[in-house]
Design a protein. Structure first.
Length: 318
């Protein structure tokens, strides 16, 4: 076992202890005993910080993305971040007036040319979030190591704000030596469609056999389905043609752009549309387990405050 593997094994044990201490503190009612658990928590956090500093002194092995292939980024402790190569291309962004349930802020439709990029195969999971948050010092803000309402290593992290997602990307970039960020709205829709001009990457409609949404409601000629009332593990359903999972439903996904009421004046190069106006209002895409299927359409867009979070809001990185 080399030094990196040894440090990662020790960190894995430290993380497990930290979880146990936090659970003990959470379940303890006696103030004195809670203080004792807090002392242990701070001590183990110092151990984690020290080991991580030692890890950071070791050379970073960067993924070889020069062959335009998907790659797996090692986050340590047995946790990987799978990145999918998205080939560049031109697509027609937005929804036509003939599309069922479409709205004016999804128009005017316009051609956008997107450069090749890499996108997370899945939304960021709770184990990925936890490992990065624990192992990297803050860049601009503190982060809750376990913010999710629905706990589970393979479940998407949720209850994260736009600011939280940006901070995570900054820490991930520092940890890996790679540049990670939120996708632009154009990149997101291009990746979601994966060549489809229909309302969904899978065609004219969806069912709860392929997407996690509120199955009490329908879109097009689809039948009613299951309402799971929670998130599902990433990779539960089939991917789109690019190999991306859960671009429709499960959790909303933050994009980098500021909100605009329509596409008048939108860039056509795939870049994020950042405006001095509405800087505090950001974009969400994809729909979620809590919403009707029409909210899961490839073109559907919604806005929210950059500090807001909910148990159906997550993100993926590019």
């Amino acid at each position: 076992m080399d030094l990196r593997q040894h440090l990662e094994e020790e960190l894995k044990k430290d993380f497990q202890l930290l979880k146990e201490y936090e659970n003990e503190k959470r379940n303890e009612n006696d103030p004195g005993l809670r203080n004792k658990w807090e002392t242990k928590i701070q001590s183990i956090k110092q151990d984690i910080k020290k080991r991580q500093e030692e890890l950071n002194q070791l050379p970073i092995t960067s993924p070889n993305s020069s062959l335009n292939q998907s790659f797996s980024q090692d986050l340590g402790f047995g946790v990987k971040l799978e990145m999918v190569y998205i080939p560049g291309g031109t697509f027609y962004m937005g929804a036509p007036k003939t599309e069922e349930e479409s709205l004016d802020y999804e128009r005017p439709q316009h051609y956008v040319t997107v450069k090749p990029f890499y996108m997370g195969k899945y939304t960021i999971t709770q184990e990925q979030w936890e490992k990065v948050v624990y192992s990297c010092p803050p860049v601009a803000r503190e982060l809750n190591s376990r913010p999710a309402y629905f706990p589970g290593d393979k479940l998407p992290v949720e209850r994260v704000s736009w600011n939280d997602a940006v901070e995570f990307c900054a820490r991930l970039s520092h940890k890996t030596g790679q540049k990670y960020r939120l996708p632009s709205e154009a990149e997101w829709e291009y990746a979601c469609r994966a060549g489809s001009a229909k309302p969904f990457a899978f065609g004219d409609t969806i069912t709860t056999d392929v997407v996690n949404y509120d199955g009490n409601y329908t879109y097009g000629n689809a039948p009613k389905g299951e309402y799971r009332v929670r998130t599902t593990p990433v990779g539960t359903f089939q991917p789109n043609a690019f190999g991306l999972y859960d671009m429709h439903g499960n959790v909303w996904e933050w994009c980098a752009d500021t909100w605009h009421d329509n596409y008048e004046g939108a860039p056509n190069d795939g870049s994020a549309w950042i405006s001095e106006i509405n800087q505090n209002v950001k974009l969400l895409r994809g729909g979620s387990w809590l919403y009707d299927p029409d909210y899961c359409r490839s073109a559907y867009r919604i806005n929210d405050s950059l500090d807001n979070y909910n148990n159906d809001i997550g993100f993926r990185v590019v």
